[in-house]
Design a protein around this ligand. Structure first.
Ligand code: TYD
Length: 202
C-alpha cells in the first residue's frame, strides 16, 4: 500500500454504492491513508454545473456522452491527478465505465465513439481498482422507489437499466484485472466484508 491509488465505484442507480463508498473511504483512512472522495459527473466547479445540466436537461445521447467526458477531463486534470501526485488516494463515485454503461449500453451510443473519447481524455490512465456493485434491476428499482425525487436517469424504464447492467458486466469481463464484482444484493454487513477483502488486496 505505498503508491496512492485511484479507486472507482460503479453500478446501476439503486445498487447501494454511495452508502458503501463512505464506509470504504473511512476504512482506508483508518489504515493511515489520506483519502479524497469525489464523484462524476462533477468533482470540479465546472463539472458540478455540467452535472446539473446532465441530470436535468433533455439532450441527444451523443451530447450526453460528450458532456460526460468534458466534465471528466476537467476532473482528471484539476483534481484526480494532482491528488495522486500528492500521495492522496482518490475514491470516485463513477468514472468512464459509467459512460460505457449508460451512454453506450443504455442509450446506444457506439462503443467505438466512446473509446475514442476515452482515448482522448485519459489515454494510459485508468483506475487501479473498479468496484462494480451488481444487483438485479428489480432490487435496484425497489431501493430507488424510496427516493422522492428522481433525476433524468433514474426515471428511465427497467429495460434501460437492464442494458446498463449488462454493459457494466461486459466491461467487467473485458477488464478482469481492474474490476472487482461485488454482489450488492447481499446484506450491507456481507458487502462490507467483501469490501474489506478488496482493501487487503490493495
Ligand atoms: P449518481 O452519482 O449515481 O447519482 P446519485 O446522486 O443519484 O447517486 O450518478 C448520476 C447519474 O449520472 C447516474 O444516473 C448515472 C449517470 N452517469 C452517466 O450516465 N454517465 C456517466 O459517465 C456518469 C459518470 C454518470
Amino acid at each position: 500500500m505505498n503508491k496512492a491509488k485511484f479507486i472507482t465505484f460503479e453500478g446501476v442507480d439503486g445498487a447501494g454504492k454511495s452508502t458503501h463508498l463512505a464506509w470504504f473511504a473511512d476504512a482506508l483512512r483508518k489504515r493511515g491513508k489520506e483519502v479524497l472522495v469525489t464523484r462524476e459527473p462533477g468533482g470540479t466547479p465546472l463539472g458540478e454545473c455540467l452535472r446539473d445540466i446532465l441530470l436535468n436537461q433533455p439532450m441527444h445521447a451523443e451530447t450526453e456522452a460528450l458532456l460526460m467526458f468534458a466534465a471528466r477531463l476537467e476532473h482528471i486534470e484539476q483534481v484526480i491527478k494532482p491528488a495522486l501526485q500528492r500521495g492522496v488516494w482518490v475514491v470516485s463515485d463513477r468514472f468512464s465505465d459509467a459512460s460505457f454503461a449508460y451512454q453506450g449500453g443504455g442509450r446506444g451510443v457506439k462503443v467505438e465513439k466512446l473509446e475514442q473519447l476515452e482515448c482522448w481524455v485519459h489515454e494510459n490512465f485508468q483506475p487501479d481498482l473498479t468496484l462494480l456493485f451488481d444487483v438485479p434491476v428489480e432490487v435496484a428499482r425497489q431501493r430507488l422507489s424510496k427516493n422522492t425525487t428522481l433525476d433524468r436517469f433514474e426515471q428511465e424504464k427497467d429495460s434501460f437499466f437492464e442494458k446498463v447492467r449488462q454493459a457494466y458486466l461486459d466491461r467487467c469481463k473485458k477488464n478482469p484485472d481492474r474490476f472487482a464484482l461485488i454482489n450488492a444484493a447481499k446484506t450491507p454487513e456481507e458487502v462490507k466484508e467483501d469490501l474489506e477483502k478488496e482493501i487487503l488486496s490493495l
